[in-house]
Design a protein around this ligand. Structure first.
Ligand SMILES: C[S@@+](CC[C@H](N)C(=O)[O-])C[C@H]1O[C@@H](n2cnc3c(N)ncnc32)[C@H](O)[C@@H]1O
Length: 458
């Protein structure tokens, strides 16, 4: 019986089969979710449902004995949970995130050199401008907002709230702020958008027709100031609790693609990888930030989002797929390197390509599965390149069952890793998940789970 946390047990002897364990520890069940992080200073700045628990990162660093002077890497850094933990305890870190908006959130969370005086002055300026501009603009609010925002945004806010948000956004842009002060305030404003919306803008879907009560009476400038002062306080509290020499550690973050980090991260330079890649569950990361992207004018249409974001991310949603694109056929590299996984994938994708024709939505789950493993193959290959010998990479991920066809993602990832040169892998189940495949009207009965895949490089 394997107990997660006993270090020597994570380093399995040769030829041992992966062991799946069902831990009964309640808190461990939440490691793959953002629940813990939502309550923790700095981690909570932006609600990123794709994020994981900071406690899982702390646990892994301890379990694998990663200490000062060593380096942890998160190839799917998202909003920066791994790197914030590393920074707090003075461990060097690397992070790669392909989504530009989420990357900015991570950058803000990782920059603790914010000058509170500059922030306070900026807030006072913004408040003054709201007071002066709002009455002047109110009469023509309807036309101003209609010209400024796509329909989705107009549907999510009352005119008075949206006008105030617009003034805050524009004054913020016009102030002569340092780059890091601007980013700090930008993330504060971004995190407010869903709170002050009168529509159901909770993750994952935006439902402009459904109203919610929690936003009632919230005044954007008041909430903005409250949120920014809380963020400043979070930095103060975190620095007070951090290791005294936390600032000596080096951190490198890239808004890049973790399928290939040659030139960014040296070979054999990483002591530990802790990450959670996109799950194979049709979650469209680009679309989920549509509200923020539209509000800040980073995108105006679905097409803009595809061009600037969707196309940069690893395949994890059918919305990224075009059926004629050869990138969504199992690559010859994956086929040659991992014949065992290739055979299983081929069987599953053949079944999916038949099943889709019998379904209303005709979703391209067959190509989604191939594209996902093509991309994960490349990312794992890069992870192997950067990891030092005798070190461990930990992947938090979920399996899936599109159209009821079970894809044991954790097992495939482990097997691909072995073929790439990792010496062993182990799978630990964190929790069982609801047996439904999102967006699939015909629910299936396959029990899904969230697991940790531990890969060792000898
Ligand atoms: C499950 S989330 C990780 C969340 C992170 N653990 C946190 O706590 O915020 C996966 C992330 O991978 C990012 N991603 C997708 N494709 C990528 C790629 N090719 N390179 C780097 N990051 C990518 C997504 O944008 C998403 O933020």
């Amino acid at each position: 019986m394997i107990t997660y946390g006993e270090r020597q047990l994570a380093l399995l002897p040769d030829n041992i089969k992966p062991v799946v364990e069902n831990p009964d520890n309640r808190s461990r069940r939440e490691w793959g979710t953002f629940k813990d992080s939502l309550k923790a200073p700095i981690h909570r700045w932006f609600t990123y449902p794709a994020g994981f628990s900071y406690k899982a990162v702390e646990y892994s660093l301890k379990t694998y004995g990663v200490t000062k002077g060593q380096t942890v890497y998160d190839p799917f850094m998202g909003s920066g949970t791994t790197n914030v933990v590393a920074k707090t305890i003075g461990i060097n870190s690397y992070g790669v995130e392909a989504h530009p908006f989420i990357f900015e959130v991570a950058q803000a969370k990782l920059d603790w050199s914010i000058n509170p005086v500059d922030i306070r002055d900026a807030l006072n300026n913004i408040e003054d401008e709201v007071r002066v501009r709002k009455p002047v603009m109110s009469n023509s609010a309807h036309d101003i907002l209609k010209k400024e925002f796509p329909e989705l945004i107009l549907k999510c806010y009352s005119e008075t709230v949206l006008l105030e948000l617009l003034i805050i956004r524009d004054v913020l842009l016009s102030l002569p702020l340092s780059r890091n002060s601007y980013r700090f305030l930008f993330v504060g404003l971004a995190s407010l958008l869903r709170q002050v919306s009168s529509a159901a803008t909770g993750w994952p879907y935006i439902a402009p027709k459904k109203s919610k009560i929690t936003s009632n009476g919230k005044i954007p400038i008041v909430e903005f100031k409250r949120c920014i002062y809380e963020m400043l306080d979070d930095i103060r509290v975190t620095i007070a609790k951090a290791e005294p020499s936390y600032d000596d550690a080096e951190h490198h973050y890239f808004n890049e693609d973790s399928r290939n980090t040659i030139g960014l991260i040296p070979n054999n330079s990483i002591d530990h990888i802790f990450t959670s890649p996109p799950y194979l569950n049709n979650f469209d990361y680009a679309d989920r930030t549509r509200l923020e992207l539209y509000f800040f004018g980073r995108a105006k249409t679905w097409r803009d989002i595809s061009d600037t974001i969707r196309s940069r991310l690893i395949t994890s949603a059918t919305t990224q797929i075009s059926r004629n694109d050869p990138r969504y056929i199992i690559s010859s590299e994956l086929r040659t390197c991992c014949p065992d996984v290739f055979m299983s994938l081929q069987t599953a994708t053949k079944e999916l390509s038949k099943l889709r024709l019998q379904k209303g939505g005709k979703k391209s789950y067959d190509l989604l599965v191939s594209g996902y493993f093509n991309d994960m193959y490349l990312s794992l290959k890069d992870a192997f390149r950067v990891l030092k010998n005798n070190c461990v990479a930990v992947y938090v991920l979920g399996d899936s069952a599109p159209y009821g066809v079970h894809i044991p993602t954790d097992e495939f990832i482990g097997k691909i890793a072995l073929n790439l040169g990792f010496s062993e892998f182990k799978i630990l189940t964190l929790r069982e998940r609801g047996g439904k495949w999102p967006n699939n009207p015909q629910r299936h009965k396959v029990k899904l789970k969230e697991s940790v895949v531990i890969l060792k490089k000898s």
